[in-house]
Design a protein around this ligand. Structure first.
Ligand SMILES: CC(C)(COP(=O)(O)OP(=O)(O)OC[C@H]1O[C@@H](n2cnc3c(N)ncnc32)[C@H](O)[C@@H]1OP(=O)(O)O)[C@@H](O)C(=O)NCCC(=O)NCCS
Ligand SMILES: CC(=O)OP(=O)(O)O
Length: 337
């Protein structure tokens, strides 16, 4: 593996070696999942649990040449604790009036079934989204795992990593590029605080930029006010955190542009933690960095959930599945995550 792919992973793997974990992979017939599983099986720190029909899973593994012998496979269609799972599901969703028959049908879907494995404590963590959309990966977690006490919403961030030519990596955090479609200013405060917390886990000393098409009043509009107010409120709650905003991306990262546009800002030119005004900007922004800027993108890492459950992009590689599995399971041990 090249340096970038090893980024920070030594620490995460050490966490898992001290306390090995299990991770549910809901897309047991996807070759990228099987490749990552075969690598995890060869490790002694993270045990994959594949969801699906074992015959189909072994067929795909054989066709694609991945050795998954010894992996645990659970088929929702003949799970021995299904009655217990149905009962628990009905209890969790009783305000929605779900019948046991409806619950059983829902639980035959790998995404809901896998999420319940975590809820029941049968697995420590879950990773999905190689074939499921983000909405279909995240919805069961929102409905069943729920928001952690003290949080009002689940959000997400990406960790972007690119090697310096001189060695080491540059690391940035971006939120929310995956969950909340049009967050209001208070939601942006929570997204920023959660993204900062996640950035720190990955060794970033956060300098936060609330991004906009305007830098300190150069443009006008509702979204400009939203980002300015969110930056101000976040600063009020976190007086020691370096924050700028509203600010344009060029002023946030280029010292030369920052000097021209906002020399008074404590962050401008050196920002490393970016808060986007909405999911359009965030999702497009991280994908530009990944596909045209040669950054590795780890995420979306879900923030504010009661258990470690993470999503993938459907465009992910097997290597990204492997990395995200390690990140997800290691965060199970990080109470600050
Ligand atoms: C996350 C998302 C799927 C939730 O929306 P939804 O499926 O329509 O969900 P609903 O609004 O019906 O809410 C379902 C449950 O989740 C909860 N919920 C929704 N958004 C939430 C959030 N951000 N945080 C916490 N809970 C949330 C609701 O309260 C509801 O709970 P309940 O069923 O117990 O009452 C939706 O916001 C979405 O599609 N986001 C964009 C995902 C995407 O396409 N990303 C791009 C690729 S990364
Ligand atoms: C995170 C993300 O954008 O997911 P997808 O590419 O699957 O839509």
């Amino acid at each position: 593996m090249e340096e970038r792919k090893n980024f920070g992973f030594g620490v995460l793997i050490d966490i898992l070696k001290k306390n090995p974990k299990t991770i549910v992979l809901t897309e047991g017939t996807d070759p990228r999942i099987l490749e990552a599983s075969s690598r995890l099986l060869a490790s002694n720190f993270l045990h994959p649990i594949l969801v699906g029909d074992p015959d189909k899973i072994y067929e795909v593994a054989e066709e694609s040449g991945f050795n998954i012998r010894g992996s645990e496979i659970i088929n929702p269609r003949n799970f021995d604790r299904m009655d217990e799972m149905v009962e628990m599901f009905c209890e969790l969703r009783k305000s929605k009036g779900v019948t046991p028959e409806q619950a059983r049908e829902i639980l035959y879907q790998n995404n809901y079934f896998g999420t319940m494995l975590v809820k029941m404590g049968i697995a420590d963590s879950l990773l999905g989204g190689a074939t499921y959309s983000t909405a279909d990966t995240v919805r069961p977690a929102l409905q069943l795992i729920k928001t952690r006490p003290g949080n009002t919403l689940v959000s997400s961030c990406f960790i972007l990593v690119r090697p310096f030519a001189t060695g080491g990596n540059e690391v940035f955090a971006m939120g929310d590029c995956g969950i909340n479609i049009k967050p209001n200013e208070d939601e942006l405060v929570e997204i920023a605080e959660e993204t900062v917390r996640c950035a720190r886990i990955f060794g970033v000393d956060p300098k936060v930029a609330f991004l906009s098409y305007s830098t300190y009043g150069s443009g006008k509009g509702e979204d400009v006010d939203k980002m300015r107010n969110a930056a101000r409120k976040t600063k009020e709650r976190n007086p020691d955190l370096p924050i700028s905003g509203e600010i344009q991306f060029d002023a946030a990262v280029s010292p030369r542009v920052a000097k021209k546009k906002c020399p008074q800002s404590e962050v401008a030119g050196n920002a490393n933690t970016f808060i986007f005004p909405d999911i359009n900007a965030g999702n497009i922004g991280y994908k530009i960095a990944q596909r045209m800027g040669n950054f590795s993108a780890y995420g979306p890492i879900l923030l504010g959930l009661n258990s470690p459950i993470n999503d993938l992009s459907r465009g992910c590689t097997a290597d990204e599945v492997y990395s995200m599995a390690i990140i997800t399971a290691a965060l199970a041990d990080n109470k600050d995550a």
